[in-house]
Write a protein that binds this ligand. Structure first.
Ligand code: C5P
Length: 222
């Protein structure tokens, strides 16, 4: 059977990573969370006290930074230079700063090159904002997941509660809208649906329903 490349893009908190992980498991494919790479870059720069608009300093830092993933029972673990940062990169301060770093042209070119290398052999589900347009423009399957802002904020609210974070719902809505705005209006590889992507509105779908929809699309391509 052909080892496909499956690109899943969409706005913040649309359920991409949950769904992408399950689709990868179903087809025994690798899963790559490209958002975690932008988040890790942001976290390391913050820890080093680098100004997040200082492109040349962040690029220099990134060139000698290793971002790696390791599957585990609890999901995928993320490491910066060998240190585990799985939960740290999900904290609100990183979430609210990552779009600034992700807008830097040369940061994107380094991470996009690493992402292309990871996907080189196929058999991969990759999620992000520019996978179908820039990282894997020839991906056999391209999905663009959307959901209403209210639904996405509620999903974030529930996820946060499990982690002991209690940001009010209205604040989450504003954060999501602002991040979407920044991601869709940056100059380089903005968040946009690839022309040949299939759009799935997950607002009133369960996770299983979304996974089943994507699986049907994948099976038709094999
Ligand atoms: O997917 P996640 O919400 O973890 O992504 C965090 C941020 O990383 C996004 O808001 C966006 O700024 C950036 N990102 C990106 N391109 C990708 C993946 C993520 O610009 N392919």
């Amino acid at each position: 059977m052909k080892k496909l490349r499956i690109a899943i893009d969409g706005p913040a908190s649309a359920g991409k990573s949950t769904v992408a992980k399950l689709v990868a498991k179903k087809f025994s494919y690798i899963y790559c969370d490209t958002g975690a790479m932008y988040r890790s870059t942001t976290l390391k720069a913050m820890r080093l006290g680098i100004d997040l608009h200082n492109e040349s300093k962040i690029v220099k830092m990134l060139e000698s930074t290793e971002i790696t993933f390791k599957p585990s029972e609890q999901g995928q673990l993320v490491f910066i230079d060998g240190d585990e940062v799985t939960n740290d990169i999900r904290q609100e301060d990183v979430t609210n700063s990552v779009s600034t770093v992700a807008a830097l042209t040369n940061v994107r070119s380094i991470l996009v090159k690493r992402q292309k290398d990871i996907a080189n052999d196929g058999g991969i589900v990759m999620d992000g904002r520019d996978i179908g347009t820039t990282v894997l423009p020839d991906a056999e399957v391209k999905i663009f997941l959307i959901a209403s802002v209210s639904e996405r904020a509620e999903r974030r609210f529930k996820d946060n509660a499990e982690k002991g974070i209690h940001t009010p719902l209205e604040e989450l809505k504003k954060e999501i809208e602002l991040r979407d705005y920044k991601d869709s209006h940056r100059k380089v590889s903005p968040l946009v649906k690839a022309k040949d992507a299939i759009e799935l509105d997950t607002t009133s779908l369960s996770i299983n329903e979304v996974v089943n929809e994507i699986s049907k699309i994948v099976e038709n391509c094999q």
